[in-house]
Each structure stands twice: as structure tokens, then as C-alpha cells.
Ligand binder design. Sequence first.
Ligand code: DGT
Ligand code: MG
Length: 704
Amino acid sequence: MYGDYGYMEEGKLGKPYDFRLLKRLSCYALPYKKTFATALLLTILITLFDLAVPYVTKIAIDRYILASWYRIRTENLTDSKVKDTLNRYNHLLKKTREGDSYFISNLNMKKLDPADLHILKSRRIVSTDRFYRTDAVHYKSEIPLKKEISPYVLADGSLLVPHSQMTGISKSDLLKLRAGDIRGVTLVAVIFFVLILLSFALSYFEFYLLEFTGQHIMQDIRMTLFQKMQSHAVRFFNHNPVGRLVTRITNDIENLNEMFKSVFVTVFKDIFILTGILIILLVMNWRLALVCFTLIPVIFGLTFLFSTIAREAFRQLRATVSKINSFLQERISGMRIIQLFVREACQMEMFTEINHENFLAGMKQIRVFAIFMPLMELMSSLGIGLVIWYGGGKVIQNQLTLGALVAFIGYIQMFFKPIRDISEKYNIMQSAMASTERIFEFMDLKDEIPEPEIPSIAGEVKGHLEFRNVSFSYEENNPVLHDISFEVKPGETIAIVGSTGSGKTTLVNLIERFYDPDSGSVYLDGIDIRRWPKKKLRNSIGLCMQDVFIYAGSITDNISLGMEVIDEKQVEKAAYQANALQFIQRLPDGFRHEIGEGGSTISAGERQLLSFARALVKNPRILILDEATSSIDPETERLIREAVIRITAKRTTIIIAHRLSTIRHADRILVMHHGRIIEQGNHKQLMNIRGVYYKLNKTGTGKD
Ligand code: DGT
Ligand code: MG
């Protein structure tokens, strides 16, 4: 009912990753490999910058904001086990100038083995008091410390001030004391800003380069497709509806572009980010990392489940969309018929139905997304919860720094973003893969009329035509032409008549090689037309088709068909010979008059005359006129008849006539019936034998 626009096929989805297709596609990217490589390099850099951000935060917190040191008591150390342990960690400890105590920073503390830390803590070797380290040595005397406890001085001259001493100090003193940390935090902030700025700037170039490459590749593929389309045989276009072919060159290519831009590169980026995060987490704290990783199987399970359901929903949605497209296409082109037969209400009903189908399919897809998205949000929160629960505990036990915990949370949030995006990209990827597959299928189609391998080097075309035992069928086992043989000498005019569907148009289609015969051959000047270069063959034939196609453009454009070698004089001459001058001059702008698409602003008879002019403008040796079946007024008919007589002179001409009056003067008339030539001869001879031609004349098809 909706016309065979293959909408089920359009609804088909490709595998999300088909490496065979991707490989083939990459051939088109090859000329742009440098730009593409630069873009990828930028992507890697941007990802690195993005990955660095939480780590920089960690540094700010651990090194500067919450920097603290713990004292290791060394007085009266008798336990050899403790001594051994301390010796092992000697490189992490800082000695005081007097050499009586050691200090360890919070950053180094978590490097201790938890078992060792436990020993040291349980024996009270590690103080519970926290100290700030400051290199503001000259403040030693100035700092108003609450109690009379002098700060420890490390070997490098920096002071260690107990945390408890700092609570009472004024803000300005605190700032002086912690000037080093403030500097550190400022530095981190600057780095942070630079990273973000760099990421921003590089993103611009990355985007630009990707778009540049993408657009170029699409342009190339579009050109290849159009070239391919033009080379297809007429038969191809009978099997492929316009809508589908247009989709190939527009939508499918757009899908490809979408995939290239938003998937190809981001998938690469995502993989990079995900592995980057996994590695950083493992290095920062493998225990906490492993705890977080317990969520990964669940996430992947959910994503897989989701994509399976989404795939089906998405397929249905696409199918309904193309159903709407083909419905609209058909109805819009047939609007006159619909209005004429007052079928609007019925069409409305049909449209309501498919529109509703589309709505349902859309809703189904949305439902799937509506579950998946919050579910992923939930997983992300769960991940953060796990980090806070497990990591928080570790912070309390001094096995993890607070900065690391904050960075962990940052990374977990970063980790979920690409996963959430995957679902969306999965859809794009699927439709793009389907598009890619269709594009390549189209490119691989072998439905061309082949050029001769060894073209004949015939000179000037004389116009001798011969059909020798030609049989032809559009579809297998349904022959349209049976064993046709006839000859047309140069300059002769022959006419073909016969009932509708008898194969007249088909017969002349073989001369231009719109189709090749199944058996037998057509000869031009004694050479099989399959051995003529196609261009030369077609240039020597002028064809007026039964249904004249008018392009949107001026009259001149429609006659010259944009051929630059043809000047206005030739166009005017052709129009004169075709008897079209009269009506053209009546038009508002004459030859410059713009005709709308489909030629709806000129009449059927005028269109016929225009097509005569179009055929004549090349001054062809052979002229084929396939007369329009639509009836025209006697005046136009007279113009056409006159034109035919004038233009057929000195050319080999084949006229297919419905109005027998046009062909009285023909040298020979072939009468066709069910794909065979049943009578042959001139008007007089055929009238004398009183056969089919005689009957056709008598039944009034010949008007006078
Ligand atoms: P007309 O123009 O109505 O006087 O009829 P003819 O004599 O020009 O008929 P023609 O050659 O167009 O068609 C002959 C038969 O071939 C007829 O049964 C319809 C069929 N036919 C024509 N064109 C095609 C085509 O493109 N594909 C297929 N499958 N069949 C076709
Ligand atoms: Mg026909």
C-alpha cells in the first residue's frame, strides 16, 4: 500500500562494528591521513589534560591544603623489630637537626605497609599529633605560640609546628606561616587553569580538523556515488525508487559523517579515557580501585542488555520513519489524483495510522532510554558511595590521603560519562553501519551497460541501422521483443505503429543502448552497437521520448541541456526547425523563460515541440521520435506534423506514431504486435493488404 520503497530494508540496522566495512571506509580517509592523525594526536593530548585535572586537585589537597607531618618517637627505643621497621623506611623519614626525632609526611605515611603502620601505631611510636611544616624559619621567634613548646627544626632548617599550636594564631600570622602552602595552592590553580585553557584551545582545533576531514570524505563519497549512479543502466532505475537513491546520497552519507565525527573519534577517546582512569586508579590505590571495579561487570551487563533492547526499538523507529517518507513522497507527487478523486479523508486515515506507529516506536525507544540513563546515574552514585565508604575508612586509617579520595570521586564521575554516551553512540554506529553497508552495496552494483573493450574506430556516422534477430525481455521469461529483424538505410524514414504495449518504445531503447538485447544484435553502419564507444553512439542519436522530461530552468537550458558547445544561435535554429519558435516567442521572456520543474507551465504539445528542438540541437544523424500518446489540438498537431517532415529530411529517422497521419510519407512502416513485426511496407502497400495497419487506419487512430 505504501509503495515498494523498501522501507523494511531501510529499517535494517548494521552490526555496530563491522571491521570489513570500516576498513573499506578508511580508504576514503587515506588522502586525509595527516589531518586525521593530527586530530587524533590532539584528542590524545586533550584526554591527557582532562585526566590530569583530578590529579592536580589531589596534589593541591595533599601537598598544600592538608599537608601534615607526624612525629616518630625515637627516645628509649629498645624493640629491635621496631628499629628494623624504621630502618627499612629510613628514606621516607626526615630527621630533626638535633637528630632526636623523625618526622613523616601524610603522603609518605600511606606508603608504609599497613601491618608496619599498625605496629608503629600500637606502640605509640607514631604520634597522633599533626604538625605543619613551614620554611618560614625567621618566624620562629615571632610566632606567638600558645605554649612554651619550641617547634622542631628539621635538618633542612624548616620548622615543624604542632597543629594544636596553630588554633589561636591570627589570620595574618597563619598566612605568613603557611606562605609556602599558599604559593603551592596558587601554583596548582594556575596549572589547573592552564590545563583547562589548553584543553579548550586544542578542542577547537581538534573539532575543526575532524570536521574538515569528515566533510571532505563525505564530499568524495558523494561524488563517487553520483558518478556511479550516472553510470547505471536505465534498468537500474526501474528497480530503485527515487526516494531510495536520494537517501543513499544524502541521508546515508550524513549518517556516515555523524559516525565519523561523533563516534569514530570519541570511541577512541573514550577507550583512552577509560583505560587511563583504570590505570590511574590502580596506581593511586589498587585496593580501592579493585573495590570500584566490582561495579564494572554490572555496568557492562546493563549496557549490553540495554543495547540489545535499544537496537530493536531503534530499528522499528527507523522503519516507521522511512514508511512515512515513502508515503509522503508518493502522496505528494500524486496529490492531483488524490484531490481529483476526493481521497483526502482516506489518505488522512492512512497517514494517521503510520504516524501513530512512528509515535509508538519513538516512545518505545524513549522508554528504553528513560530506564537506562537513570540506571547509569544510579551506578555512578553507587560507585561514588563505594569510594566514600571504603576510601573514607582508609583515609581515617591513614592509608589513603584525602586528596586521593577526592581524586577518586572525580575519576569515577569521569568514568561514567563515556559509558553513558556509549548507548547513544551505539545507535549512531548501528545506523551508520547500515548506511555504510548500503552505500558500498550500491557502489558494488554491476548494473551498467559496459563500454566496449576494443571500441571500433569508425569515423563519421552514416546512419545505417540494422536489427538482426533481436530478442529482449525486461524480466526473465517474459520476452517483450521476439526475433526482430529490419534495416534502415541512411536517410530513410521508417515508422513503427502498433497497439499499446506491443514493444515500440522498447525497440528504440535498444538503439541508444539503454538496454542490451538478450540475443541478436543491433548494427550501426555495419558495426555492432556494443562496439561503438557509448558517447559517440549516443551523440549521433537524437531522441524525443514519449514522456518529455523538462528540467527546472530556462527554455534555452532545456534545449541545450547545459552543453557548452551549443550556442544560442544553434538553440534558436533547432527551435525553428522543430516549429517551437512560435510558442517560445509567446512566452514572457522568450528563450529565457524559466519553466518550473516537470514543465507544468507549458502544455503537452509544446513540450513535444521542445523535445524535438532538444533532439535536433546536436544535429544528429539518426533521429528517433517516440510520439506522445496524449491528444493535442489540431493546430499543434499540424505544427508537429510539419516539424516532423522538416526534421526528418536527410536523416535516418524512426518514428513511433500513434497518430497515423504523421507517418503517411514514411519510406516504410513496421507494424508491431506483441513484440513481433507482423507487417512491413509503405502506406499504400499496407493499405492494400488490408491487414492490421488497414484496420488501425479504419478504427480512426489515423485521424484524417
Ligand atoms: P505504448 O507506448 O503505450 O504505445 O507502448 P509500447 O509499444 O511503447 O510498449 P513498450 O515497449 O513501452 O512496452 C512493451 C512491454 O514491455 C509492455 O508489456 C510493458 C513492458 N515494459 C515496458 N517498459 C518496461 C520496464 O521498464 N520494465 C518492465 N519490467 N517492463 C516494461
Ligand atoms: Mg511507448
